[in-house]
Design a protein around this ligand. Structure first.
Ligand code: ATP
Ligand code: MN
Length: 484
């Protein structure tokens, strides 16, 4: 058997007393022809392999270069040096794979995140990305754990969808028709999708919600956790063309139940990451603190990463209506001094990310849940509230805004009343026939229900303190970029 090895994370938790072990991993550094820092990805910490002088032949020593892969057998003993608990005194070193030091793109020094994005195939071997992606894993695991413990059914909603009810114009087309102009045409010159693979026009999904509602109205509680795609041309540090979304959908929930679940969920997964990835988070906290030293004082965070996470766990999210939020923004000194790039035009306006961040970072200094938005700026399926604000209709929508990120969750109570839903769809020019299956849930045993979507990468950004969303997904897809 080849893989009889101990992972370095587990090894480092042992008391060194001369036990024999075998480790395998990649060389981080090799000093003085004597000390190898070996890493296997199980932790950011390396095991120090000590090569006794004269114990290995020179040819082999020359091949111990940065990122070469090794199998090392030896005994663990308390380290004589500072900085590590144990040494692995090598008895047998085997080179599994050479790494040409001249050609290896990453040097054992600090590289910029931008540089590493171009080397995304190798960046997992750096400490920063090792930590980020272990935390990402833990968060993903916590998502399933949370919903499983609550009895939610994990539902795999389709990636390819025919419904173009939502996000029109932001979708990636899926087709097997030729793109060289020879695709079959209708009489009016438009493409005849009846000839296409599915016999109709299809897209990559922008959300699993509509299908999720079908599940919720049978299982009670469901969640999805899968990739979603948006062809929006937003070149920001918070938008990807391919991102992962978690979308729970719950029957017998109103808006307040929805907010309660979202807040509990966010706190749960953060707590789970702190409990299970403390070392990685400490490393990332330190990294962030270093990075912020480069910033002017007023751009630095008031709290360290771990402090911020603890703060979120122990404080309730601020809940206020859209109407109250507009009032706060209007009255703010920031607005009076005309410091917003986008003017606060008043009730009915769509909030820009700078407005959301002002509320969260400057005004409340904690996560905020905004609810009851103007119907005109929200999707057709959101439940219409009784009564009006500023003479206009509102819907039972809620967005959760997080410090440093802005919108992290978007959700709502859904319109369960068939007539009201159909009236709204007609107003918004959404073809009822196309969503016949969705409307059936309102025809047959409709129930109050609600749900939300949490952008997983934004959550990972929040927990790891990474400022660019491209650094929390393995291979980012953004406008003009789909390498790897
Ligand atoms: P934004 O205003 O930030 O573009 P949105 O209103 O388009 O967000 P929703 O359609 O409500 O977002 O999607 C639900 C969640 O998915 C958002 O709260 C956010 O966390 C995440 N999200 C939306 N678009 C993207 C994207 N392009 N890349 C990464 N995450 C996204
Ligand atoms: Mn958007």
């Amino acid at each position: 058997m080849f893989n009889k090895r101990i992972k370095i994370k587990e090894l480092l938790s042992k008391e060194p007393a001369g036990q024999e072990v075998t480790v395998m991993g990649w060389v981080r550094t090799f000093r003085n022809n004597q000390f190898i820092a070996l890493n296997d990805g199980s932790t950011n910490n390396n095991i120090q392999v000590v090569v006794a002088l004269g114990s290995q032949d020179d040819e082999l020593l020359k091949r111990i270069t940065t990122s070469a892969s090794l199998k090392v057998t030896g005994t663990i003993v308390p380290s004589l040096g500072k900085g590590q608990k144990m040494d692995l005194n090598a008895t047998l070193i085997e080179i599994l794979g050479d790494s040409d030091a001249e050609k290896y793109p990453l040097q054992p020094k600090k590289h910029s995140l931008e540089f590493l994005r171009e080397k995304a195939h190798l960046r997992f071997r750096t400490s920063t990305f090792g930590s980020v992606f272990r935390v990402r894993h833990t968060l993903a695991f916590a998502v399933h754990k949370f919903f499983n413990e609550k009895g939610f059914v994990y539902m795999h909603t389709p990636i390819i969808t025919a419904s173009d009810a939502e996000g029109a114009g932001e979708m990636f087309k899926v087709t097997t028709l030729p793109v060289d102009g020879t695709a079959p045409k209708n009489e009016d010159g438009s493409i005849n999708f009846k000839e296409d693979f599915f016999g109709r026009s299809t897209n990559l999904t922008v959300s699993g919600q509509l299908e999720g509602e079908l599940g919720a109205t049978a299982f009670g509680d469901i969640y999805t956790f899968g990739p979603t795609f948006r062809a929006e041309n937003s070149n920001t540090a918070r938008h990807l063309a391919e991102f992962w979304m978690i979308e729970p959908e719950m029957a017998f929930y109103d808006l307040e139940d929805n907010m309660n679940l979202a807040e509990e969920f966010i706190k749960y997964i953060i707590k789970y990451a702190i409990e299970n990835n403390k070392e990685d988070l400490e490393f990332l906290a330190q990294r962030l603190a270093e990075e912020e030293k480069q910033l002017p004082q007023d751009k630095r965070s008031e709290m360290g990463l771990l402090e911020k996470l603890e703060f979120v766990l122990t404080n309730g999210f601020e809940r206020l209506t859209y109407t109250d939020a507009i009032q706060i923004l209007k009255d703010s000194n920031h607005n009076k001094k005309k410091k917003f790039q986008y003017e606060i035009t008043g009730w009915g306006m769509d909030l820009q990310s700078e407005h959301e961040r002002y509320l969260v970072e400057k005004h409340f200094k904690k996560p905020v849940i905004l609810y009851n938005y103007p119907a005109a700026i929200k999707a057709f399926y959101m439940r219409q509230n009784d009564g009006c604000e500023a003479g206009k209709e509102t819907v039972a929508a809620m967005d959760i805004l997080a410090p440093g990120i802005g919108e992290i969750v978007g959700g709502s109570q859904r319109e369960e009343r068939q007539e009201k839903l159909e009236r709204r769809m007609t107003e918004m020019h959404i073809p009822l026939e196309e969503l016949w299956w969705y409307l059936d849930t309102r025809r047959f045993g409709t129930v109050p229900h609600a749900g939300f979507g949490l952008g997983f990468e934004r959550m990972v950004q929040f927990v790891t303190g990474m400022t660019n969303i491209r650094d929390v997904i393995a291979f980012p897809r953004t406008p003009g970029s789909a390498e790897f």
